[in-house]
Design a protein around this ligand. Sequence first.
Ligand SMILES: NC(=O)c1ccc[n+]([C@@H]2O[C@H](COP(=O)([O-])OP(=O)(O)OC[C@H]3O[C@@H](n4cnc5c(N)ncnc54)[C@H](O)[C@@H]3O)[C@@H](O)[C@H]2O)c1
Length: 416
Amino acid sequence: MKKVGVVGVGYVGLTQAVGMAQLGHSVIAYDIDVEKITKLNNSNSPFFEPGLEEALIEAQSKNLISFTNDAETLIDAEYIFLCLPTPQDEDGSADLNYLLEAVNEIKDILKPNTYLIIKSTVPVNSWKQVEQIVEREDVFLISNPEFLREGSALFDFHNPDRIVIGATTKEQSQIVAEMYSNLSTEFVLTDNTSAELTKYAANSFLAIKLSFVNDIAALCENLNANSGEVLKGVGLDNRIGNKFLTPGPGWGGSCFPKDVNALARVADREKIMMPLLSAAIESNVNAQNRVIQKIVDKLGDLNGIRIGVLGLAFKANTDDTRNSPAIEIIRKLQALGAVISAYDPAVKAFEGFEVKNDASEVFIDADLLLVLTEWAEFAQIELSSHIQNMRVVNILDTRNIFELDELKKLKVNIIN
Ligand SMILES: NC(=O)c1ccc[n+]([C@@H]2O[C@H](COP(=O)([O-])OP(=O)(O)OC[C@H]3O[C@@H](n4cnc5c(N)ncnc54)[C@H](O)[C@@H]3O)[C@@H](O)[C@H]2O)c1
């Protein structure tokens, strides 16, 4: 059992803290947010993530995890994971202030031979900035980027595709790898700079893949080709793979947009042309705008048009709406005069429009039903009874949740 500290108890930090406790380590997790720590001490997860609250309660009952607003309590930790936000700055680069401030706050309480492990997604060579702040030879700086997916974060902790650990010596990275030794996965032990770049490269590659898929789906619509079958045929090529080939209203979330932009800034700085990054971003804006355009083409002037929206989170199984394409699209529809009422299984309120408690309520008096997040439970909605409550039965299902044959049988106006 190792003594583990976690700084920043958000989606990544809480998952890391609970996951480490499940591996049998003793964890103390620190955050500046008083309300969040109070909630956690009462065994409530501050956000929705499948299985996390149950695992938290179990870890607390075994006294393997505790939460604090007092940085001094990290004094005994041998391994400290830094899970601070790195949001996008005005110029597109990553804002390191949260990370650097937190490091500044704890650097003097670290005991000799502490492993200070950066989990936040940071631009290449940020570890050197952290090292300069710490200014101690008896503290080892490790880069261990996080690859979890919100919605399956704890599952991903226990079943990672790989664990990347960057350090200045192989011995240090091996020691940190031992923390995860109960997990069966491939380890990539490398230097700090390569570890940092691996995370940006992976996220940017995924964003480019999704942008390409959305462009192909748009082309299919124009050509009257079946995008599902086209993409299935593409994905059966082993070199491409069948994951991340589902079209949608654009990608979003707290990571892809900022990470693609941040990698573009790194490439600019290094004078390496990476036109695919800006193309992926442009394609993503187009994907969102295509949704608006389809609605305007069908319904004309949107002033006073009532739109029932299913899904607000940026993806299913999370309540995270940061950079959610659903929110971007809703804002654009509102700017055109549309009246929104929305439902999401995990998002219960949002400023600027009504969020209903039940999916059935968004159908009432709607001129259009718009599906924006791929929650599996939407497929269970009994459309035949609810569409009777709509003013006009138009449906735009950007996630292909509903069976096309069923929509045709119900004689709804399908917008595609
Ligand atoms: N969310 C994801 O799916 C995901 C996946 C992989 C990597 N990441 C990366 O991990 C990092 C964290 O992301 P997140 O989504 O968990 O962020 P988050 O915003 O959910 O959580 C960050 C936490 O840090 C706390 N904090 C801020 N300043 C602090 C300070 N000085 N001391 C202590 N705590 C402080 C905040 O109160 C908050 O609870 C980011 O770099 C992100 O890019 C996120």
